[in-house]
Every structure is written in C-alpha cells, then in structure tokens.
Write a protein that binds this ligand. Structure first.
Ligand SMILES: O=C1O[C@H](COP(=O)(O)O)[C@@H](O)[C@H](O)[C@H]1O
Length: 232
C-alpha cells in the first residue's frame, strides 16, 4: 500500500496520472480492463484530469462501484457526475464509445430494480473490476458499504442491493466487499479534514473492516491512498 500526502489540487493531478499509468500497464497484458468508479464530492477533480488523458480508452469499460437508485438524469446519480465530468468529453472526442459505458439502470418495475441485469452485465466482461477508484465517507464507508451495517456483512461475490442506507438516498446498489476485493488495484481518496476520524480508524490496526469498511483496500494487492489530511 502506498500513501501519498499532498495538497488536494496536486493530489488530484497525481492520482489521475497514477490511474492512467496503471491502466496502461494492465493493458500491456489484457485486451481490455474494467474500471470501477464511484460518485460523491471527492472524485470529480480526478475525473476532470482523466478527460484529457491519452490512453486507449476504447479498451476501458466503465462500471459503477456503487449507484444510488435514481434516474440517470438525477443530480444524485453517481453516473451523471462521471458523465458530465469526463465521459461525455471522451465520447465527443471519439476516444471512448457508448458501448464501453455500463451505467446501472434503475428500473422501478423490476423486483430488484435492475440488479440482476447489472450483475450479468459485469459477468459478460469477466465478473470483476480491474481498477477501482474509491473515496472514504466521514463515517468510514466506501462505495455503499456502511459501518456496522448489513451492506458490509454480505458474503456475496457480485453487486448487492442496499435498501436502508444510513446516508441518503436510502436505496442503492453496491459492489459487495468480495467484489471490491477481487480488484487488482485500488485508488482511495481521503480528502478534507472532515474525514480525519475516518482516516484515523483506517490506520488503527485494532479496528475491524465491519466498523470501517474503507479498510477493505488494505486487502487488495495494490492500493494507493491519496490524502490531504494532516494528523496531529
Ligand atoms: O454516497 C456516496 O458517498 C461516497 C463518499 O462520497 P464523498 O462525497 O464523501 O467523496 C462515494 O464514494 C459513493 O460513491 C457515494 O454513493
């Protein structure tokens, strides 16, 4: 695990560069890679840098690590944030095609809101994400896996439904802990002093993953932590 401490603007630039380098390295041995992304306030600066990068985007498939159960045009949609921050620009420039985008489609008429379909979609592309970009919430949650909550306890290998999220909106889907653990490389963001307690729990060896889900990344082969938090 490698930790990079810097000012936020520099971290965003450095994280984007590291993500790009790692994707390029993986593409030397694989025909395509699955990139998992989240939403929230931490990732948008990095997304902005990604839109100008020159990798073989046609070999990158974008999946959601978690999504809120809202329509794709809702301001709460994680996919909408990614689309507006970098995916639209990559598509307009011809570097990426719509076929490489795999948003979760919320279907309120289905029993599990489209979850089965999304599991199958990831299965078509190998059933796992090679690279995940994650951020830490103030309570130590990551994706939609929350501390001391059923979501982090689920022993399932694909996406799960979270229908009582402590953070609104209550209904979400999330990569399960097992699915996140299958990733080859993770990039985790701890941005802002508001996340200092979560960061302390993350560093504390005596705190379990169930109490601080973001600790999952410690069990991924290669993890990069980017933080601007200054601990006393
Ligand atoms: O609700 C969510 O929150 C987390 C953390 O977001 P941040 O705003 O604290 O960076 C995010 O990773 C997740 O995708 C999102 O659904």
């Amino acid at each position: 695990m490698k930790t990079i401490v810097d000012r936020r603007a520099d971290l965003e630039r450095r994280a984007a560069k590291e993500i790009i380098n790692n994707i390029e390295n993986l593409l030397e041995d694989q025909d395509y890679i699955n990139l998992g992304i989240v939403g929230g306030s931490s990732v948008s600066g990095i997304f902005n840098h990604l839109k100008d990068s020159k990798i073989a985007w046609d070999k990158v498939h974008i999946f959601m690590v978690d999504e809120r159960l809202v329509s794709l045009d809702s301001d709460e949609s994680n996919f909408k944030l990614a689309k507006e921050s970098f995916l639209d620009k990559l598509i307009e420039s011809g570097k990426l095609t719509e076929e490489n985008l795999h948003p979760f489609i919320y279907d309120s008429s289905q029993k599990n809101y489209g979850l089965n379909k999304y599991r199958k979609e990831l299965d078509k592309y190998g059933g796992e994400m090679d690279v995940v970009i994650l951020s830490a919430g103030e309570d130590g949650h990551t994706a939609s896996l929350f501390p001391k909550h059923q979501s982090i306890k689920e022993d399932f290998d694909s996406y799960i439904l979270v229908d009582n999220s402590p953070k609104p909106p209550a209904r979400r889907i999330s990569a399960s802990k097992n699915l996140i653990l299958k990733s080859k490389i993770s990039f985790l963001l701890f941005f802002g002093q508001k996340k200092a307690d979560a960061y302390k729990s993350f560093l504390d060896k005596d705190i379990a993953i169930e109490e601080c889900p973001v600790k999952l990344v410690k069990d991924i082969d290669e993890s990069y932590i980017f933080t601007d938090i200054l601990l006393d």
